[in-house]
Design a protein around this ligand. Structure first.
Ligand SMILES: [Zn+2]
Length: 967
């Protein structure tokens, strides 16, 4: 728009050395091409400093920009190549200087946009020599669209019903080029001086503090920000809004004024104030040595794709990841807020201060942020036990992806924007975080800390690869007098540059008691895979005569495929051995059946607590997954998990519940599903009795998480006392404690009828119900077998009824996934939906999610046949668009059937031998679950399971995947 208006202040802020020509107002002609070749910039010319001026317009939803970029010529060239996409470039001017060259006649010969590679290529009238300094001035326009990346617009409705607009940024990994022409690669760091022109009633934020704010024309102001540290383009940010804030010291939380007034930012701020010094102390580098403020901004959920973004000095979050409210937010949600702040603050060092040289090392950013999200939040909130739960929350979740044949290595090349975006996955976050934790325990914490400090100091304001990381840690190792026998790099690249992870198999010779360890790659679906990968594995063990689970240092480094260990030749007859103390090593462990049996016997005795909770969780997860992969008999595994009938600790119970979703699903069409559910109810009875359905003021954080998972699972399993409690809560028709809501809403509907459903439906539609609570209600509305009510949920998913037309895409997806997840009849309703309408009203990605989830629930032959017929009837355009999703769904059905054919009988035989269903007439406990060692009578009778197919286990992992928000 008004270039003249912007140029007046620009003259004020440009250096007054007279080098800058007044821009030519003639529009520069820029053609378009489809280039071929590398997506990497040539780097003959690199940026030193950007002066950016941006003026968002809230009436036209456009923005005007001026980018003035100081450049240094590295190699002789007549071409300047940088990034620009979705911008309308108006005018380009170049000016170069060098003591040895005369550039007075230098002009731009021609420029073009390379559309595929998102390049702006500028060809000069002559070569420029190395050492020359140039200034490129670009005038341009852009659109504030609503696609949640680049410089874009978001909105919310205030308490008076007015729509309020804001302009925000999301640049990682390749979207800074949508806001200003730039050298958009992480290693091409520069300083930024940013100016924002905004309406008087708005305010602006950027990475650094404002140093001058001055009146501008047309009721606007111009905010000039201090120069930033040398940093990557993807970390630049600005927000123009009517937000207010709450602050302490140099930290602040910003958001819509009504939420700030209600103190919704206070918990986040208090977490930030505790987490920042914790991480500073751990790494030995103060945050304010590079930037003097740290703002956190809450963006309305529908306009923020990720959980949060670590822009230096200006972290952005979705509102539900930053704001909390008493009596609305659950303990798990508050924990999510604490850990996401800790994650983003961790990036201030890993990512912001030291950046990856290229995106193939993005795992250094995300792995350390994942590690530090647990570390920082655990210092602030010790009762959350986050470091003890690390294996459960992070490592076991990484295994679930990394055990598939198509897993990628941590260090993995990518060039195009799509390829780069795909790197932000569970391997970059959870696997890298787990491997980093392994390094800490392998080297010991003090050595790890010294090495990290050295890495950060050596590479500050610069970019690095994994080699700089390993070498800095290696120096700390040598200083500590530790001899690893080989460079750390050689050890660690076996973990970072190979896909997958090892299965360590430990065999104790029956007579000599010699222990042999072997390694191979573990794959879930291909037991016959011929492994030739080896890892250098920091290995440790505990034996039952000395159950010390505290020392996590390795006893040896396993280098070969197979190795005998004489050190443990004294594993006596009757003694078990457990490897991978606290599951700090990134590997699974299998044993001979005798050792598994000894462990199971030990667990089933009273002193099972001698085994560390993390290792109890490890044994459960390893055993269940090994059985699923055909590497261990289910009978052995069921003997082992039988000990859970006395377990009350959250960590092992959570490990079991995560695996239960799979077992309950594949057994759902079994004739003995009633026995399996009776067995499972009994396993969780002790935890139910210990926690009770009632909250207490002596509950700690873990008790509250534990109660939530036990009630949800038991009510889904039709546990009578659980359902009764849920009904009693719901039928008070009063507000229910947030931590109980999910279980009570779902259990109350299972046990109730139309009255309960209508009550929740009305609560959902009430304008005063908070969004988080509405989400919990929407998840639960399909916890009924009433087909009329389920049909109404389907209507909501397709927004057929007028009142649902404003339902967001995320809400519609939530409604539909709940339908086939929560209810047996819901599966049939989902199968009978209009698939053409499904494809028309959901994105390709969501169609993939829905077909994947639905196909996993199809264990009955008649339903599988119907589903296959539905896919066959789809036209070629649907196959073109969703063919991968169709094929994946059919493959899911085949895998389910394979599992049933291979393993169902063994489990049924075990169940028939050991589990008895209670008789319907008896009010007293009649059920026993026996193992070779124990007989347990539950204290509360479980209701009879009528034997019908009754799938009730909510696949927690599936739901987690749905809401998995990378940050
Ligand atoms: Zn991150």
């Amino acid at each position: 728009m008004l270039w003249v208006a912007i140029l007046v202040p620009i003259l004020i802020i440009l250096p007054a050395d007279g080098q800058f020509p007044l821009p030519d107002f003639e529009k520069t002609e820029i053609t378009e091409r489809q280039g071929v070749g590398s997506y990497r910039l040539p780097n003959d010319v690199i940026p030193i400093k950007y002066y950016l001026t941006l003026e968002p317009e809230f009436d036209t939803f456009g923005f005007d920009g001026i980018a003035e970029i100081n450049l240094q010529v590295i190699n002789e060239t007549n071409t300047i190549t940088l990034h620009s996409v979705e911008l309308t470039l108006q005018n380009l001017t170049i000016n170069c200087a060098s003591p040895a060259e005369d550039y007075s006649n230098l002009t731009i010969e021609y420029s073009f946009l390379d559309l595929a590679r998102q390049f702006l290529v500028i060809t000069l009238s002559r070569n420029v020599a190395p050492g020359s300094e140039c200034t490129l001035l670009i005038l341009y326009e852009g659109i504030l669209n609503q696609d949640s990346h680049g410089f874009y617009r978001a909105q919310y409705t205030d308490r008076e019903g007015n729509v309020r607009w804001l302009a925000v940024t999301q640049f990682e990994p390749t979207y800074a080029r949508e806001a200003f022409p730039c050298f958009d690669e992480p290693a091409l760091k520069a300083e930024f001086e940013i100016t924002i022109i905004r309406p008087n009633n708005y305010n602006s934020l950027s990475n650094s503090p404002i140093y001058i704010s001055m009146p501008y024309m047309n009721n606007k102001r111009m905010d000039l920000f201090r120069v930033t540290p040398r940093m990557s383009t993807y970390l630049v940010a600005f927000v123009v809004s009517e937000f207010t804030s709450v602050s302490s010291g140099y930290q602040a939380v910003h958001g819509r004024p009504e939420f700030i007034n209600e103190s919704r930012g206070d918990f986040a701020l208090s977490m930030g104030l505790q987490v920042l010094p914790a991480i500073e102390n751990f790494l030995g580098i103060a945050y304010n040595s590079s930037l003097v403020k740290l703002d956190n901004v809450a963006i309305p959920d529908d306009y923020f794709s990720n959980g949060a973004m670590e822009n230096w000095g200006l972290v952005t979050y979705r509102e539900s990841s930053l704001f909390s409210k008493e009596n609305v937010s659950t303990s798990a949600e508050k924990q999510g807020i604490g850990t996401i702040i800790s994650h983003e603050y961790g990036h201030k060092w890993f990512g912001n201060l030291v950046s990856p040289l290229w995106w193939n090392y993005v795992w250094i950013n995300e792995g350390f942020a994942t590690y530090l999200q647990n570390y920082g939040a655990s210092v602030a909130q010790p009762s959350w036990r986050l470091m003890e739960r690390f294996a459960l929350s992070t490592l076991q979740s990484a295994f679930s992806t990394d055990q598939l044949q198509n897993a990628r290595p941590m260090t993995y090349d990518a060039e195009t924007p799509d390829e780069i975006n795909a790197l932000f996955d569970r391997i970059a976050y959870n696997k890298a975080g787990s491997v980093i934790r392994m390094v800490e325990h392998f080297l010991t914490t003090p050595v790890f800390q010294r090495g990290l400090n050295r890495f950060l100091v050596n590479n500050s304001f610069s970019a690095a690869t994994e080699y700089e990381l390993w070498s800095a840690l290696d120096e700390a190792v040598i200083e500590a007098g530790i001899n690893l026998g080989r460079p750390l790099e050689e050890i660690m690249t076996t973990w970072t540059q190979q896909a997958g992870f090892p299965l360590v198999t430990i065999l104790v010779a029956p007579v000599t008691r010699t222990v042999t360890v072997a390694q191979e790659r573990f794959l879930l679906d291909n037991a016959s895979y011929d492994s030739n990968e080896t890892w250098i594995i920091p290995l440790n063990f505990v034996i039952s005569s000395n159950p010390n689970f505290e020392d996590t240092a390795p006893i040896l480094l396993l280098r070969e495929n197979s190795q005998s260990i004489t050190t443990f030749a004294n594993v006596n007859p009757g003694e078990w051995i457990i490897a991978n103390i606290q599951q700090t090593g990134y590997y699974r462990v299998n044993y001979d059946e005798e050792n598994w049996g000894l462990i199971a016997n030990y667990l089933n005795r009273d002193n099972f607590n001698n085994i560390h909770p993390s290792n109890r969780a490890q044994l459960i997860d390893d055993a269940l997954v090994l059985a699923r992969a055909g590497r261990l008999n289910y009978e052995v595994v069921f003997d082992l998990i039988s000990y859970l009938n006395r377990e009350t600790d959250y960590v092992p119970l959570n490990s079991f519940i995560n695996n239960l979703a799979f077992l309950d699903r594949v057994l759902s069409a079994s004739p003995n599903i009633a026995l399996f559910r009776e067995f499972t109810r009994n396993l969780l009875q002790a935890a139910f009795d210990y926690l009770t359905p009632y909250e207490s003021n002596i509950d700690d954080h873990i008790d509250r998480l534990n109660r939530q998972q036990i009630l949800t699972t038991l009510c889904n399993l039709n546990h009578e006392a659980c359902l009764q409690s849920a009904s009693n809560y719901l039928r008070t028709w009063q507000h229910i404690s947030p931590d109980l809501q999910s279980a009570v809403y779902c259990g109350g509907l299972r046990n109730g009828g139309e009255e309960e459903w209508n009550y929740l439906y009305n609560l959902y539609t009430s304008s005063t119900t908070e969004r988080l609570q509405r989400n919990r209600i929407l998840n639960a509305l399909s916890c009924t077998e009433n087909s009329t009510l389920l049909q109404r949920v389907l209507d909501m998913a397709f927004s057929q009824s007028t009142e649902w037309r404003l339902l967001s895409n995320a809400d519609r997806l939530r409604a539909l996934t709940g339908l086939y997840t929560n209810s047996e009849n819901g599966i049939d309703i989902a199968l009978n939906m209009n698939f053409a309408q499904l494809f028309a009203s959901f994105s390709t990605r969501n169609v993939n999610t829905i077909l994947n989830g639905l196909s996993l629930r199809l264990t009955r032959g008649d339903r599988q046949d119907l589903f296959r017929q539905i896919l066959q009837l789809q036209d070629s355009s649907s196959w073109d668009l969703h063919g991968n999703a169709f094929r994946n769904s059919l493959s899911n059905i085949n895998q389910t059937n394979d599992w049933i054919a291979n393993y169902q009988d063994a489990i049924n035989n075990w169940l028939i031998e050991r589990v008895t269903l209670p008789t319907t007439s008896s009010p007293t406990p009649t059920t026993t679950v026996s193992t070779s060692d124990t007989t347990v009578s539950p204290t509360t009778p479980a209701p009879p399971d009528n034997g019908s197919i009754d799938v009730r286990i909510m696949p927690l992992l599936l739901l987690c995947t749905l809401i998995l928000l990378y940050t």
